[in-house]
Ligand binder design. Sequence first.
Ligand SMILES: C[C@H](O)[C@H](O)[C@H]1CNC2=NC(N)=NC(=O)C2=N1
Length: 102
Amino acid sequence: MKKLSFQEIEQALAQLPAWELDSARGAISRRYTFADFSQAFAFMTRIALYAEKHDHHPEWSNVYNKVDVTLTTHDAGGLTQRDVDFARHADGVAQAGGGERG
Ligand SMILES: C[C@H](O)[C@H](O)[C@H]1CNC2=NC(N)=NC(=O)C2=N1
């Protein structure tokens, strides 16, 4: 899978306002904040299933109601469409779950 150009990344991020770009690394990150641990872990469970299905896995960590997610395509050494699709999906899951706070 080919790396996205800087212009393609900018275009994608225009629709992913919560995500921050680390352009040196070629990665995007954001924090999700949920009502409680149970909501955060439910989100992680859903995302884990997506990750396995698409063979694309996040770098992430969880503390209580917060989930920090970083996306990059290790095989490509930077951002690809897979990361953008993943970010869109994760934002959708977080919103649909209803547990997202802020
Ligand atoms: C062998 C396996 O398909 C690859 O290692 C997959 C697994 N999950 C992955 N996840 C991410 N984020 N980037 C990858 O390049 C990647 N590669």
